[in-house]
Design a protein around this ligand. Structure first.
Ligand code: NAG
Ligand code: NAG
Length: 322
């Protein structure tokens, strides 16, 4: 029964369908009183055609309800019922009197139950509820329609462009989202860079990068860090020293060669030799300066790292568990 197919309303005495009234703007619609509601239902094959309602017409103003059932395939007529609602139907505690006019029916296959007063009463109550549901449904449809019309009017009065989410230049919300994403990415990058810059990171990793170091681990990290710096400083010194010695040796060799061959040398050879010497001596001087500077700075660098390690809260022994 509930698979209500469609809803119609008609003004009695006039062929104008009331839904034409929907297109009249304003609150006028709310003054309409329903005269007639017609409901149609699809065939439900699990019911007998005789008991499967096809059409209900609520003649609200007249207090009548017309019910027509579906037609069985091999029949030519359908069962119909005409109900005249008793005045006090649905009133609480009222005694409803059913008269012969209350229910007039034509039945294709008369059944005894259709003639029972209780059946008629229950059907009436059921139809009364159906009528209320139908009225509410129409009102809801009406409200929805008004809402649609209102929105259309609004949109037509002040059209607004919808800018695609991909048009990041013009669509502000997507632009903001993009900026936020970029900012987040940048913050993440900075965080990573910070992590890379952490001078202790390579030494914390071997002990498992724990939240808090033990004293033993702190000592190990400190020792490793200082040992590495010391090795690096020694290595640098050795490199400079090696280049210094190489350059010096080459110069000495060239000088020996010059003394041996001087008598037979042309002027150009001599000039080339002098140029070589001056270049070599310049290089040697630079290397010597670098070496001295390195020797002077190395202990300072070492001391600076040691101080830094001692001040690093992560390695501060007083605060660490044993
Ligand atoms: C068809 O009728 C049966 C029996 O009354 C009912 O259970 C079923 O819900 C009905 N089907 C539909 C689609 O209303
Ligand atoms: C931006 O794009 C979203 C998603 O398509 C859309 O909902 C929103 O209305 C657009 N903003 C503007 C100002 O058009």
């Amino acid at each position: 029964m509930e698979d209500r197919a469609r809803l119609w309303r008609k003004r009695t005495g006039s062929a104008t369908a009331i839904y034409c009234g929907f297109f009249i703007f304003g609150n006028l619609l709310h003054f309409f009183r329903f005269q007639k509601i017609l409901e149609r239902f699809h065939r439900n094959s699990s019911k007998a055609a005789n008991e499967d309602v096809a059409e209900r017409i609520f003649l609200i103003a007249e207090g009548r309800i017309h019910v027509r059932c579906h037609r069985q395939d091999d029949h030519i007529t359908t069962s119909t019922w005409d109900f005249l609602k008793p005045a006090n139907l649905g009133e609480k505690g009222a005694h409803v009197v059913l008269s012969p006019e209350t229910c007039v029916s034509y039945q294709v296959e008369p059944l005894e139950k259709f003639t029972k007063q209780l059946y008629v009463y229950e059907t009436l109550v059921h139809l009364q509820q159906g009528e209320q549901c139908a009225q509410e449904a129409v009102r809801r449809a009406e409200a929805e329609l008004l809402e649609i019309l209102y929105r259309r009017a609004q949109e037509e009065a002040e059209p607004q462009l919808i800018i695609s989410i991909f048009d990041t230049e013009r669509n502000r919300s997507s632009q903001e989202q993009r900026t936020m994403q970029q900012r987040a990415a940048q913050q993440e990058q900075e965080r990573r860079a910070e992590l890379c810059r952490d001078y202790l990171a390579p030494y914390l990793a071997p002990v498992g990068d724990p939240e808090k170091l033990t004293r033993l681990q702190a000592q190990q990290v400190k020792d490793d860090c200082l040992r590495d710096l010391k090795n690096r400083l020694v290595q640098q010194a050795n490199l400079i020293q090696a280049r210094f010695e190489k350059e010096t040796q080459e110069l000495q060799k060239k000088q020996q060669w010059y003394h041996q061959n001087q008598p037979s040398m042309t002027r150009e050879d001599e000039e080339a030799y002098l140029e070589f010497c001056s270049e070599a001596m310049f290089q040697i001087q630079i290397l010597e300066t670098r070496l001295n500077r390195h020797k002077r700075l190395a202990p300072q660098k070492f001391q600076a790292l040691e101080d830094r390690l001692n001040k690093d809260p992560r390695l501060n022994e007083q605060l660490l568990p044993p």
